[in-house]
Design a protein around this ligand. Sequence first.
Ligand SMILES: [Zn+2]
Length: 142
Amino acid sequence: MEGATVYCLIDENSRQWNSKLVDGIFIPGEAELVKKIPIARIEIEDSLFWPFSANGHYNCKLGYRFLKELDVDTDEDAQPDWDKKLWKGIWSLEIPIKYKNLVWRACRNSLSTKMNLTRRTIIDNPTCEQCSSDMEDSLHAL
Ligand SMILES: [Zn+2]
């Protein structure tokens, strides 16, 4: 299947999904979803289309707006009041910004710990070099 494309799943003559092939590759629920996707009656060249603009063209401004709306729907509304108060408390501490940044990055699990470097496939061993007894995640490192 390496190098296969969606086109392989379409019967050229009938311009319909090749049901037997789709059913053989996908689990039942996914196969039904695939077969519900309409196929163009005539063969046309594929093109990229950004569904959140009138003309289908993407630009950074539209992408930013899309992500911002997505962010509002997920993060802002879902963030509990106690969490907001905690972050306001951390950011209002009278300590150098680099320490606030360190706390923020530790809480967001974005420090360059061996666990995170392993997850990003930069290194292949997450074990702490200081003690060799545990994985080096943010909590362990601090
Ligand atoms: Zn250690």
